[in-house]
Design a protein around this ligand. Structure first.
Ligand SMILES: [Zn+2]
Length: 230
């Protein structure tokens, strides 16, 4: 007996939009706050009160800026998508025959035999012409559509969460070991982020985790050196 009819596979692409925003936000929060705290603590200005004020300001400012940046950039993508959708809708209304040829031409180019390509295009357009054209001509689908608010909320919250870890460590660790403790907690946080985001995306790749940690450590080291030099 075949089980083919009950087979359902799980995909992860529908998560790509918010996952990208969340990883970017959390990583940015971790790295920028840890770097800032290390730079301040390495400088002569680094008493513990200054450190906490600087870190808290970095958390709030970073989360706001991250959310605003995501909102603006994803909105501009959504704007382009909306413009293209309007162009397509107008073309479908003005030149339905040419649009039918265009769509069947796309299926032919993908290897469907001409008469069948025409029939597929005709049936898809009878069902939902705009959706068929957006999907196969422009590659726009609901799954991958730009969602500005979702990206903004995701990245702002993720930034705050990422920043909270080195900030908490800076508040708890004695001043003499603060830079090391902050750096260590940031590395642990980055590994954690790599594993969590890997799981959310379907697969944990050691290479992706290493990439995250490598860039983060480089950023912290440079900021620390600058702070020590000042
Ligand atoms: Zn079209």
């Amino acid at each position: 007996m075949s089980t083919a009819d009950t087979h359902v596979e799980h995909h992860y692409l529908h998560r790509a939009g918010w996952l990208r925003a969340a990883v970017l936000g959390a990583n940015d929060g971790l790295v920028s706050t840890a770097s800032l705290l290390m730079g301040v603590s390495a400088s002569s200005a680094g008493d513990s009160e200054t450190l906490m004020v600087a870190g808290l300001a970095a958390l709030v400012a970073g989360a706001m800026s991250m959310a605003a940046g995501e909102f603006v950039s994803v909105s501009s993508q959504a704007d382009v998508e909306r413009v293209d959708e309007a162009i397509e809708r107008a073309a479908l209304e003005a030149h339905p025959e040419a649009e039918l040829d265009e769509l069947s031409g796309i299926y032919e180019a993908r290897g469907v035999e001409p008469a069948l390509a025409k029939e597929v295009a005709r049936q898809l357009m009878a069902h939902d012409a705009l959706d068929a054209h957006l999907r196969d001509e422009l590659g726009l689908t609901d799954t991958t559509a730009a969602r500005p608010l979702q990206a903004a909320a995701m990245s702002g919250v993720a930034f705050g969460t990422g920043a909270a870890l080195p900030l908490a460590v800076a508040g708890l660790a004695p001043a003499s070991v603060a830079p090391g403790a902050i750096a260590g907690s940031a590395v642990v946080g980055m590994i954690l982020l790599g594993v969590v985001s890997g799981r959310a995306g379907g697969k944990v790749e050691p290479k992706s985790v290493l990439r995250l940690v490598g860039w983060g450590v480089a950023a912290m080291a440079i900021t620390w050196l600058v702070g020590a030099a000042v």
